[in-house]
Design a protein around this ligand. Structure first.
Ligand code: UGA
Length: 316
């Protein structure tokens, strides 16, 4: 691969992926619309280390401006990360924006790829939220899709529209279902970012529900690696779970965090917003077998790296 388009390149996962591609000698076209789901200054900071790289061209605009000809020129792989993320805010009026950014913008990208004589490989970011609350031991890709948030519904629809283009036109699109990604630059609305910030400030740590909900937290570099592997090995229409090293309850994560900061947090339990899955646990065998994906970063190490980054940001 020589040239890639990364949509959502200023976001949490997108900025890490862009950095990795540039480090590997890939020319990157980055597009980001700076949606206001969180502080734009934080998104600009995400680009700080890559903004001036000679192999990086940045377009600060929404996908809806549709400058595809320019963005897709000579591109072998599209990594489509641009989206409106977050499960808990996707209710009410906001749903229109979720539909717009997660479904409609993806369909525009697919149409644009179709117009090219040789369409690029497209790796699309989906989410464990398509499953809802998991049953059984592990969830594999054939498990029923029962989203519990409007956001999860938009991600499911996004997958479906991709599959339609695969089936009708053979467009080489593959989808990755990330399981709650964390690490340096994690979005400020996400749990670990909030917990670290609250603990560093000596504020109560707000836990939605009883803290016994569990997640298969995935370190951001592992999610990035899954993208590269999918671009190389996945077949059109394939979908892969991208999970971390294990499932863990939120309260157990807080124990690890308090050890890192050497503080005993004051926990404030509050009724959780709707849309939250009680359990996620990825069966990653398919990604292991087909792509050679193996999560490399254990939770303890990933948390330490996120904490180091957040402490540096707080000082900076
Ligand atoms: C995350 C992302 O926000 C979604 O964009 C993504 O699609 C999804 O992962 C996924 O796996 O696909 P979520 O699992 O809710 O969603 O991630 P966090 O925001 O880190 O929350 C993890 C848990 O901590 C949730 O149960 C949440 O209710 C809880 N939480 C979050 C708190 O107890 N307190 C908080 O302040 C924030």
């Amino acid at each position: 691969m020589t040239k890639a388009l990364v949509t959502g390149c200023a976001g949490f996962i997108g900025s890490h992926l862009t950095q990795r591609l540039l480090n590997e000698g890939v020319t990157v076209i980055g597009v980001d619309g700076f949606l206001d789901n969180y502080d734009v200054a934080a998104k600009l900071r995400n680009l700080a280390e890559i903004g001036n790289h000679p192999a990086f061209t940045f377009h600060s605009t929404m996908l809806q401006t549709q400058r595809w000809k320019e963005w897709l020129d000579g591109v072998d792989v599209v990594y489509h990360l641009a989206a409106l993320p977050g499960v808990r805010n996707s209710w009410g009026k906001a749903f229109t924006d979720y539909v717009n950014h997660n479904i409609l913008a993806t369909q525009m990208l697919l149409e644009a790829c179709l117009q090219l004589p040789k369409p690029p490989v497209v790796v699309v970011s989906s989410s464990s939220s398509v499953y809802g609350t998991m049953q059984g031991t592990f969830t594999d890709e054939s498990s029923p899709l029962r989203p519990v948030s409007p956001y999860g519904v938009t991600k499911e629809a996004m997958e479906q529209i991709c599959q339609v283009y695969v089936k009708a036109y053979g467009l080489p699109v593959t989808m990755l279902r990330y399981f709650t990604v964390y690490g340096p630059r994690q979005r400020p609305d996400m749990a670990f970012h909030r917990f670290f910030r609250q603990m560093m400030k000596g504020e109560p740590v707000v836990i939605y529900g009883d803290g016994k909900q569990s997640r298969d937290f995935t370190y951001v570099a592992d999610a990035v690696q899954a993208n590269l592997l999918a671009a190389r090995h996945a077949l059109p229409g394939e979908i892969f779970n991208v999970g971390g090293d294990r499932e863990i309850k939120l309260l157990d994560v807080l124990n690890i965090m308090s050890g890192l900061l050497n503080v005993t947090p004051n926990l404030s339990f509050q009724s959780g917003p709707a849309g939250d899955s009680l359990r996620t646990c990825a069966d990653i065998q398919l990604a292991q077998n087909r792509l050679g994906y193996r999560p490399q970063v254990p939770l303890e190490e990933g948390l330490r790296l996120q904490f180091v980054d957040m402490r540096a940001q707080a000082k900076g």
